[in-house]
Design a protein around this ligand. Structure first.
Ligand SMILES: [Zn+2]
Length: 120
């Protein structure tokens, strides 16, 4: 559990630093998050003319990720980390390794995605 916490804190600190860059008006340095291929691909294919829009999109993504990381850290503090917030079941360890900030189990996640698609 200690590993997960430091991993989450590291990712949170990384995002906070990147958001600080945005606020300072600095361009995205393009370092990308580890394993975040979508961001890298965007950086490769989108050139300067759409840079501002890309920056905005990236910023929105970072903010929502930051909120999820923060929430996960709070769940660790409360001792409920790894428990699905929807149904209360344990989240599969494999899922937590892939998405440390996951707050729902796979079946709840899928149900919520179906609902949000139906609402859209
Ligand atoms: Zn669930």
């Amino acid at each position: 559990m200690q590993d997960v916490r430091s991993q989450l804190q590291r990712q949170r600190d990384d995002i906070v630093a990147r958001l600080r860059d945005f606020q300072a008006g600095a361009p995205d340095t393009g370092t990308g998050l580890e394993g975040d291929d979508a961001v890298r691909d965007l950086g490769d294919h989108v050139q300067h003319h759409t840079r501002r829009e890309m920056g905005f999109m990236t910023r929105q993504r970072l903010v929502s990720r930051l909120q999820r990381l923060q929430a996960a850290l709070e769940r660790i503090e409360r001792g409920v980390y790894g428990v699905c917030v929807e149904c209360g079941d344990a989240i599969a360890p494999k899922r937590l390794r892939a998405i440390p900030e996951a707050e729902t189990c796979v079946s709840c996640q899928e149900r919520m995605e179906r609902q949000s698609r139906a609402a859209a």
